[in-house]
Design a protein around this ligand. Structure first.
Ligand SMILES: Cc1cc2nc3c(=O)[nH]c(=O)nc-3n(C[C@H](O)[C@H](O)[C@H](O)COP(=O)(O)OP(=O)(O)OC[C@H]3O[C@@H](n4cnc5c(N)ncnc54)[C@H](O)[C@@H]3O)c2cc1C
Length: 368
């Protein structure tokens, strides 16, 4: 059996590794000159990430894939229990305890919010869990929180930032069902490790794309980088790409590229950009606050070498005004912070599609 995979992002690499491991003759086509897609390293005064990425302990399949291709997640990722700090005094940190005790204790000991709100939130989370995180009908996250009476500090400092971080869209517009799915797989999971944050210690290329491409090469898969597939045509019971016939094709591109290859994959999605800004500083970042939110911006620090901290990168909901980001970042990270002079625009126009309520999906799409 011969299968083509179109797209060498993390999804396409995962498909190609699985197929190759199952003994299928696999060809991977990637338009870029390197693998990784939206989660890759780019060269700008050294290797910087195309966009700040934080993984969750819940990404068990991704971690297994990393191990399969020889990238050790325990060495390459820093595992920390979820902690949210806010300059206004809100602080919630989960202990290293079994789930759901860790979430209960984190909630109980959170500062910047009162008992009444904590109790209401615990009751609400319990009822969402009882309904297995399924909503009767999809609505916006803001409407969902309103209906649940979640209108206080926990909403402002926990639910709304989590929604923006996970879905890249504010609570007023985000799909509550998709947000509930995120909660199910993370804070609502029965495994404590699922709730952890995993912060890359290295650039994104080293996490998966480079080792996966090497693994595919070593296991006789055909890798075709710098090749943008222009179209697919059906031929009997197969599919042809540039005069080569395949028994099957996996399209692992972003939706806006998939629909150009196969019209049935057309989705009526709206997209928006994500800005990534890289700083360098002689001051160590505050390592205890990976999820401190400053005006809806997430400063995340990494230490490439002792004494030098590269705060990389930040992302904002919109392709932002650098001045606004400079102000926000300086406020959040203290003095000693300087621009490295680099504003990396990652996928300026279509970084991410909007997760709107009841968004129509292509036919055959299986809801997670
Ligand atoms: C700035 C930013 C920050 C993010 N932060 C996080 C985060 O913190 N946590 C998280 O889990 N996720 C995050 N994401 C989302 C994550 O990056 C994506 O979900 C993931 O990378 C998508 O992988 P993919 O393989 O599905 O698609 P892509 O990465 O888009 O890969 C598709 C590949 O297909 C190729 N391609 C397209 N058309 C063709 C063609 N015709 N022929 C050949 N090749 C083609 C493209 O070049 C691309 O390499 C972030 C994304 C961005 C942009």
């Amino acid at each position: 059996m011969k299968v083509a995979v179109i797209g060498g992002g993390w999804a396409g690499l995962a498909a190609a590794v699985d197929l190759t491991a199952a003994g299928v003759k696999t060809t991977l086509y990637e338009a870029g000159r390197q693998p990784g897609g939206r989660a890759r390293a780019i060269e700008v005064d050294g290797a910087v990430d195309n966009g700040q990425h934080i993984l969750l302990g819940a990404y068990r399949e991704t971690l297994a894939l990393m191990r399969q291709v020889g990238a050790d997640p325990d060495r390459l990722l820093e595992r920390r229990p979820l902690a949210v700090y806010d300059p206004t005094g809100f602080h919630l940190a989960l202990p290293h305890w079994p789930a759901p005790l860790n979430v209960a204790w984190g909630l109980l000991t959170a500062s910047g919010t009162g008992w009444r709100e904590k109790l209401a939130t615990a009751r609400w989370m319990e009822s969402v869990k009882r309904r297995r995180f399924r909503l009767k009908e999809d609505l916006s996250v803001a409407e969902w929180l309103d209906a649940a009476g979640q209108t206080g500090a926990l909403r402002r400092h926990l639910w709304e930032p989590l929604c923006l971080a996970a879905l890249n869209i504010p609570a007023e517009r985000a799909s509550a069902q998709i947000f509930a799915n995120v909660l199910r797989d993370s804070l609502g999971s029965s495994r404590r490790s699922d709730t952890d944050l995993l912060l890359p210690r290295t650039d994104l290329g080293q996490l998966l794309p480079t080792p996966a491409a090497q693994w595919l090469h070593d296991n006789s898969a055909t890798l075709s980088f710098g090749t943008r597939v222009g179209g697919l045509s059906a031929n009997g019971d197969g599919i042809v790409i540039d005069e080569t016939r395949f028994d099957a094709v996996i399209v692992a591109t972003a939706p806006q590229h998939a629909e150009k290859l196969w019209p049935e994959l057309t989705c009526d999605f709206d997209y928006e950009p994500i800005a990534t800004v890289t700083f360098s500083s002689t001051q160590q970042p505050d390592s205890t606050s990976p999820a401190k939110t400053v005006r809806k911006i997430w400063p995340v620090g990494r230490r490439p070498q002792p004494g030098v901290a590269r705060l990389r990168p930040e992302r904002s909901r919109r392709m932002g005004n650098p001045e606004r980001q400079r102000t926000g970042s300086s406020a959040g990270c203290g003095t000693g912070l300087t621009w490295s002079g680099h504003l990396a625009k990652s996928h300026p126009r279509k970084a991410r599609h909007f997760c709107l309520p009841s968004q129509a999906r292509p036919p055959g799409f299986r809801d997670l």
